[in-house]
Design a protein around this ligand. Structure first.
Ligand SMILES: CC(C)(COP(=O)(O)OP(=O)(O)OC[C@H]1O[C@@H](n2cnc3c(N)ncnc32)[C@H](O)[C@@H]1OP(=O)(O)O)[C@@H](O)C(=O)NCCC(=O)NCCS
Length: 167
């Protein structure tokens, strides 16, 4: 299932490989939120009705969409935590039907690259424990002890942005 966005897509019609971009306009932003709702509310039950929070209203927060040939199929968001180059990424989600196509990895790399381009020096995230290996393969490392969050064990992880990770 892909979530439709009626706005003109970020890229030309005939893209072959998945791509990531900052959500452009209300339709792509709505698609970003719809992906998150499908994954974090409907599938994982981490939130009762909606996973949106104050961060989504903050102008510093960047909302990313992952686009397959069909439509928006993934999401992630990122934001600065301070004025000293510390960024955080969260709400990484790929629709269940679109997984294992490398879109998740692409979204993580895009978030890391985007934070680095905006002066970030370090990025942190709270990672659901079954996804730790996925993040390690993308250059992230554990950064503290696991702890429950939203009823699920999360591992704090971090990546140094100055390394300019591969695309
Ligand atoms: C985690 C998630 C984003 C991965 O998305 P995806 O598009 O399926 O991942 P990719 O196809 O980019 O995976 C890249 C590689 O990592 C592997 N991989 C994916 N999930 C993995 C996991 N949990 N553990 C270890 N490896 C994993 C894939 O097999 C693939 O391996 P390959 O390069 O050898 O083919 C997706 O499963 C998801 O949305 N899960 C539910 C929401 C969630 O848990 N979000 C993260 C919260 S911390």
């Amino acid at each position: 299932m892909a979530i439709s966005s009626s706005a003109p897509s970020t890229l030309p019609e005939q893209r072959l490989a998945p791509v990531c971009a900052l959500a452009r306009g209300p339709a792509e932003l709505a698609a970003h939120f719809a992906i998150r709702r499908t994954v974090f509310v409907d599938a994982q039950g981490l939130f009762e009705r909606d996973d949106r929070d104050d961060r989504d209203e903050d102008r510093a927060t960047l909302h990313v969409v992952g686009l397959t040939a069909e439509d928006v199929a993934g999401a992630v968001r990122l934001y600065p935590l301070d004025d000293d180059g510390l960024w955080k990424g969260d709400r990484l989600a790929v629709l269940p039907t679109e997984r294992a196509l490398r879109l998740g990895a692409m979204l993580v790399r895009f978030a890391v690259r985007t934070a680095a381009e905006r002066g970030g020096r370090r990025m942190v995230a709270q990672i659901q424990v079954p996804n730790v290996r996925f993040f390690e393969r993308l250059g992230w490392a554990p950064d503290g002890d696991p702890a429950p969050m939203l009823g699920v064990e999360h591992q704090p992880m971090a990546i140094e942005l100055s390394r300019r990770p591969g695309r």
